[in-house]
Design a protein around this ligand. Structure first.
Ligand code: HEM
Length: 85
């Protein structure tokens, strides 16, 4: 996990941009959940890249993530993301 940090720092956003493109192309049924403006502005891929980077950096000290995890959980629960997703 720690070894991926430099890669995530330089290329994390490119990775998550590609991830969302695949996700939305291959699973169009989840598209209505997503705010298209957040994809277009790059906000969504940036948020995911940041989340993954923070996890990788603090994998041995998860309390350092502070409120990040709770915020992500609240977002998904509010948007009704389901276990099958
Ligand atoms: C490992 C699993 C996942 C991680 C780490 C993750 C991470 C994130 C992060 C960091 C955000 C941004 C939160 C914010 O803006 O405060 C987000 C938003 C979101 N996530 Fe996830 N997510 C995961 C799985 C999923 C799944 C399975 C779905 C459903 C298909 C999903 C749907 C969404 C939606 C709809 C948003 C809001 C997008 C918007 O603002 O338009 N996520 N996610």
């Amino acid at each position: 996990m720690k070894a991926t940090v430099p890669l995530l720092e330089s290329g994390g956003e490119a990775l998550t941009t590609h991830f969302y493109k695949l996700l939305l192309d291959e699973h169009p049924e989840v598209q209505p959940l997503f705010n298209q403006a957040h994809q277009a502005s790059g906000e969504q891929p940036r948020a995911l890249a940041n989340g993954v980077l923070m996890y990788a950096k603090h994998i041995d000290r998860l309390e350092a993530l502070g409120p990040l995890v709770g915020q992500i959980i609240n977002k998904h629960v509010a948007l009704q993301v389901l276990p099958e997703h």
